[in-house]
Write a protein that binds this ligand. Structure first.
Ligand SMILES: Cc1cc2nc3c(=O)[nH]c(=O)nc-3n(C[C@H](O)[C@H](O)[C@H](O)COP(=O)(O)O)c2cc1C
Length: 216
């Protein structure tokens, strides 16, 4: 009897510690309507390098991630950005003050990878640790069909680079529409960021993109 009770207590404690550890963010439904007219958003798109430290709301995070790489045709699992041969090898990570998250488009959640603030490691410019969000676009070489991912050279990332450009431009336009500041960035210490993100050898960082409130 005692053994059964002890097992029950152990399972409850295990469940409690796992729940405390798992700080996924279930994003609200994205706004799929409205926003600034497209031609005005194109007219206002720009790169900004001065940020305020205010966080984005969960609705803003939802709309941001959905713009970047959300699913817009659930019937066949296709996204807001195109991908070469529909390989869908790209992942979008979000480095927030509360930790590093992987955006999971199918469930529209931010899955917590760890709870460390690695915004500083996402780039080599001062504003990256101030802004609310730094997105990191990561290619999965296995999904790309690269035979030996550990030996892959830069040329294998050609299509992933292009795919990322579409996602980053979606984000630029969404930021223009929301009057938020944004800049896409290649000035990154890749080994440092790869380690901070705990990426696997078949995952490659393509670029980062800072998003946040503009400095007043
Ligand atoms: C591939 C790429 C890499 C970039 N890398 C950086 C970067 O590391 N840091 C930065 O501040 N801006 C970066 N930019 C932003 C450009 O500097 C910016 O787009 C350019 O100055 C034109 O300004 P605009 O975007 O406001 O039109 C990058 C842009 C691209 C397309």
């Amino acid at each position: 009897m005692n053994m059964v009770r002890n097992t029950e207590i152990t399972l409850i404690l295990l469940f409690m510690s796992l729940s405390a550890y798992n700080q996924n963010i279930k994003l609200p439904e994205p706004n799929r309507k409205g926003g600034m007219p497209l031609m005005q958003a194109l007219n206002e798109r720009k790169s900004s390098r001065e940020y305020d430290s205010r966080n984005l709301s969960e609705q803003q995070l939802s709309d941001l991630l959905w713009s970047a790489w959300g699913i817009n045709r659930p019937e066949d699992g296709k996204h807001t950005a195109p991908s070469s041969n529909d390989k869908q090898e790209m992942s979008v990570y979000a480095a927030l003050k509360s930790g590093l998250y992987l955006y999971v488009p199918e469930s529209h959640i931010l899955q917590q990878i760890h709870n460390r603030d690695i915004r500083k490691e996402t780039g080599m410019q001062d504003f990256v640790e101030v802004a609310a969000v730094n997105l990191v676009y990561v290619a999965d070489l296995i999904k790309s069909g690269v035979p030996d991912p550990e030996k892959a050279g830069p040329e294998t990332l050609n299509k992933s680079n292009i795919n990322t450009g579409f996602m980053a431009q979606n984000v630029y336009l969404w930021c223009a529409s929301e009057k938020l500041a944004c800049v896409v960035r290649a000035f990154i210490d890749i080994p440092v960021l790869t380690k901070a993100m705990e990426l696997a050898p078949y995952q490659r960082i393509i670029i980062s993109q800072t998003v946040g409130y503009p400095k007043k």
